[in-house]
Design a protein. Structure first.
Length: 277
């Protein structure tokens, strides 16, 4: 079976099935097999591992994942691709679920996979228009996924791995750094896609931390989102609905005040705030 991740095969598929890339789904198809193989290699996937893929598109990444993983379950919102999967992904270890990934109940799917496989990973070329909501849905569902390897817009990758005090640092940086060790693996030029998007991409790896600081997650999650609700405003303004005396008592321990900005605080400080207020 020929690799999907080439310009020739991609055009063949689009022409044969009268398909086009839909902007509303953020569709840009990978056309470099070397990039696809590099993503799979960086994920260290073998037959003992099951993979969940979000937004497989015409299946360029799925095809290579299926060669290495024990099982691949894909969530795709665009049912136009069904005949493509019938032709190119008609293998025993690939399952396609049509629907909106964010609305899925992941926990029972993952628990079932863990009965047969040592680990469940998430690997995906994430649709750019919905990258952050997808990541947040994974975090908030608290599912047991050890590793995730994602291709995302380069600027988004910088926000995910941003450190306190940088302009990219925000609520998503805090939440991700609390749960995961984050590593940027490599950049991908926009020319590696068809049609060519307006932005470059980066591949990032998220590994779930074995030991996280104890905190009421719902409280922590809300506090972090509230802290960044108004950019350029200080902590006093963003957290005025909280007990500011308790907030200040934590901040002063670390050399900050209510006039400081949330962008300055590490995730550890947010944990202590959530445990105090």
């Amino acid at each position: 079976m020929k690799d999907i991740a080439t310009l020739t095969t991609t055009k063949y598929i689009l022409n044969k099935y009268n398909l086009n890339a839909l902007k509303k789904f953020g569709q840009n198809f990978l056309i470099d097999a070397n990039i696809v193989n590099k993503i799979v290699a960086q994920a260290n996937i073998n037959k003992s591992i099951a993979v969940i893929e979000v937004g497989p598109g015409i299946g360029a990444l799925t095809q290579i994942l299926a060669r290495h993983a024990g099982k691949v379950i894909c969530f795709e919102i665009d049912e136009r691709f069904k005949p493509v999967y019938d032709e190119f992904l008609n293998v025993d270890n690939v399952e396609i679920i049509f629907g909106d990934f964010i609305k899925q109940e992941l926990e029972p799917i993952i628990e079932k996979l863990k009965q047969d496989y040592s680990q469940v990973y998430l690997v995906a070329n994430l649709p750019y228009y919905i990258t952050t909501p997808i990541i947040l849905s994974i975090i908030e569902s608290r599912v047991d996924v050890k590793e995730m390897v994602f291709m995302v817009q380069k600027e988004v990758a910088e926000r995910f791995s941003a450190k306190p005090g940088t302009k990219e640092y925000g609520s998503i940086s805090v939440l991700l750094n609390y749960h995961f060790d984050i590593k940027k693996l490599f950049d991908v030029s926009r020319t590696k896609f068809y049609p060519i998007p307006n932005v470059d991409s980066s591949v990032i790896k998220l590994v779930k931390k074995d030991n996280v600081l104890p905190v009421d997650f719902e409280k922590f999650n809300k506090l972090v989102k509230d802290s960044f609700q108004y950019k350029r405003k200080n902590i006093r303004n963003n957290l005025k609905s909280y007990d500011l005396n308790k907030v200040e008592s934590v901040l002063t321990k670390y050399g900050y005040s209510l006039s400081s900005r949330s962008e300055e605080l590490s995730y550890e400080i947010f944990v202590e705030l959530a445990n105090t207020i």
